[in-house]
Design a protein around this ligand. Structure first.
Ligand SMILES: [Zn+2]
Length: 230
């Protein structure tokens, strides 16, 4: 195991959940509350935040001089991890197509808009099936993912929620996680996902099962990344 505290890059924890600070991630520092983390919270198990932040430190220490990205999770094998995460979330969002598209088209044909709104909410975006186009709208999938996440127990949803928001540039709305602005910084998705997968693996089995279920390829890449440095 690699020591995680370097003199130049100290462990910096912020806000309630914490963020590891580096030259790249400029964060506003408040005190990390070890007492809270020792007992866990509504959304986390004991020491989950500590392991998450340690994950960022390990990720940073393992980073090589990649082309413009310092973290291991970002540069590893030409961004294999980031590509796998986006691919998994895309597959997940598209998995609702066969169920939703025929149903919505049928209702549109019969002008039964109320039935669509009743089932999928009044904010459902119907632009891709209006005016002769009959295409699946990926936003429908993102909305379904959001609903599915809302139904998870609170301790199982923080890690997957954060990753999904990052992978969809905030198009999935979730109740916990970093704000949309945060994800505009390049590489945040990979570094956060690395830290989330490490903390889930070590401290939260239910969350880990959720990550493995929805992000199977990304989790395999994570395991590969870890195995390569052990
Ligand atoms: Zn983090």
């Amino acid at each position: 195991m690699i020591p995680f505290v370097a003199s130049k890059n100290t462990l910096v924890l912020v806000k309630s959940r914490g963020v590891y600070g580096s030259a790249i991630v400029v964060v506003c520092v408040v005190q990390y509350n070890i007492e809270n983390d020792r007992t866990g919270s509504e959304f986390s198990n004991p020491y989950q935040t500590f392991v998450h932040e340690t994950g960022h430190a390990i990720d940073y220490k393992l980073g090589k001089n990649y082309d413009g990205v310092p973290y291991y999770s970002q540069g590893y094998n030409n961004n294999e991890f980031g590509k796998a995460i986006r691919g998994d979330v895309d597959t997940w969002a598209k998995s609702y197509k066969d169920e939703m598209l025929p149903e919505i088209l049928k209702h549109m044909e019969n002008k039964e808009y109320g039935a669509i709104w009743d089932k999928y909410g009044e904010n459902i975006d119907l632009t891709t099936v209006i005016g002769g186009k009959k295409e699946y709208n990926i936003q429908w999938g993102y909305d379904r993912i959001s609903r599915e996440l809302e139904g998870l127990p609170s301790k199982s949803l923080t890690e997957i929620s954060d990753i999904v928001t990052g992978a969809t540039d905030g198009k999935c709305k979730v109740i916990v996680g970093h704000g949309e602005e945060y994800w505009r910084h390049k590489g945040m998705l990979e570094t956060e996902a690395f830290a989330e997968m490490l903390s889930a693996t070590l401290t939260n089995k239910d969350s880990l099962n959720v990550l493995k279920k929805y992000l199977p390829n990304a989790y395999s890449v994570f395991e590969k990344m870890i195995k390569e440095v052990l």
